[in-house]
Design a protein around this ligand. Structure first.
Ligand code: FPP
Length: 244
């Protein structure tokens, strides 16, 4: 089935199941406008919600947003706290919208080092929305790809020690089941804003075969139209997964 958005025709049978988004450029957006960095994150938060809202018309099943990486702990405390307050806002003020629209919210990351009240708020809403299976809003939060893999390795070793699995059983599929949210499929399309050509430790295991689309636009200026352009581009690619 075909559907048109902003004069761009999309073949809905070919759209990605899972889009991962590296929302980059909030700081530079603010700087360009002579604003403090947190203003960029504030606008970025609004754009995130706009894309989720717009996606109701497109129908991408899973959207993952890179909201806080393990490397972001190196930022000034004030900025970290601001990002935490946005995460809390998402789980509290935005909660109603998630419930009304039956959107499942998953938190993809580690609880390590996070303030306990934030852990409770985020993982409570994950629990509350876990039965929704139409759309998943996946917040990649306090996340590092290498940490995810190491956390998985530790769990595998535990299971081997406790005779729950044999080493021979371990293959890619089995190992995936030890990662944070095994039920979330691989990323089909990875969008990165602000023109940087990097993966930045984002969903390392799941981006193995992702198609990558980069725009120079800073995240706070990203629009549904660009979202559609990325999807259109994806639907026109030939994915070979290493085959000829
Ligand atoms: C990268 O831009 C962006 C982030 C580190 C945070 C992204 C967060 C949001 C868009 C807000 C939503 C957040 C939550 C927690 C719900 P940057 O600050 O690295 O920009 P720069 O590279 O221009 O400095």
């Amino acid at each position: 089935m075909k559907k048109e958005f902003f004069g761009i025709e999309i073949d809905l049978d070919k759209i990605p199941q899972h889009i991962g988004i590296i929302m980059d450029g909030n700081g530079r957006w603010a700087k360009e406008k002579g604003l403090e960095r947190h203003k960029g994150h504030e606008k970025g938060y609004q754009v995130l919600k706009d894309i989720v809202e717009f996606n109701k018309e497109v129908g991408i099943k899973t959207l993952s947003f890179y909201a806080f990486s393990t490397e972001n702990w190196n930022r000034p405390e004030k900025e970290i706290n601001f990002l935490f307050s946005l995460a809390k806002k998402l789980a509290t003020e935005y909660r109603k919208t998630l419930l009304e629209n039956k959107i499942r919210l998953t938190i993809y990351g580690s609880k390590d080092r996070l303030p306990q009240d934030l852990v409770n708020t985020l993982w409570d809403i994950e629990e509350e929305t876990k039965e929704f299976n139409n759309y998943t809003l996946n917040m990649v939060f306090n996340y590092g790809g290498r940490k995810e893999i190491i956390d998985g390795v530790k769990k595998v070793i535990d299971d081997i020690k406790n005779n729950k699995i044999n080493i021979e059983e371990l293959n890619e599929e089995k190992f995936s089941s030890y990662l944070y949210h095994p039920e979330i499929p691989d990323v089909d399309l990875l969008i990165r804003t602000s023109g940087e050509l990097r993966i930045s430790n984002f969903l390392l295991w799941k981006v193995a075969y992702a198609e990558i689309w980069v725009t120079k636009t800073f995240w706070p200026d990203f629009t549904p139209k660009e979202f559609i352009e990325a999807i259109k581009n994806y639907t026109e690619r030939e994915r070979r997964f290493g085959k000829v």
